[in-house]
Design a protein. Structure first.
Length: 133
């Protein structure tokens, strides 16, 4: 059986935590005390509100996977691009994953970026600025 904390019930009902605790103390909202905290059963909350209790929706999350292929790039330029991109990423914790694959024979660099949309866009702007003629 699913249980909620007092904080979760307050968020679900749009009430202050003290109000929910008051309902529990008055016996209007059944709850079980576990240690120093109360837990409210999903069914008891539904009976109290007259509505089915649903947990708050989790925020949406979007990620992008981008592969940038740069042709005609020599080893020195590839080193510069990878150093600048990794340097920009080390300045802040972005949660991005960036990988570089260089084919020296073809003079081709592939940059693979995985992460949040805005962070990925920033890396793509950096790469664009570094490879423009």
């Amino acid at each position: 059986m699913e249980h909620y904390t007092v904080d979760q019930v307050a968020d679900l009902l749009g009430l202050h935590v003290k109000t929910v605790r008051g309902y529990i103390r008055d016996g209007r909202l059944p709850a079980v005390r576990i240690g120093k905290q109360y837990r409210i059963a999903k069914d008891d909350l539904a009976a109290f509100t007259g509505l089915p209790a649903e947990p708050p929706a989790s925020p949406r999350h979007a990620e992008a996977t981008s592969i940038v292929q740069i042709d005609g790039i020599d080893r020195a330029a590839m080193d510069r691009v990878s150093t600048m991109v990794l340097g920009a990423l080390s300045a802040e914790r972005s949660g991005l994953r960036v990988e570089f694959a260089y084919d020296e024979r073809r003079r081709q660099l592939k940059v693979v970026v995985l992460g949040g949309l805005e962070e990925t866009a920033q890396v793509l702007r950096i790469v664009d600025a570094l490879v423009r003629p």
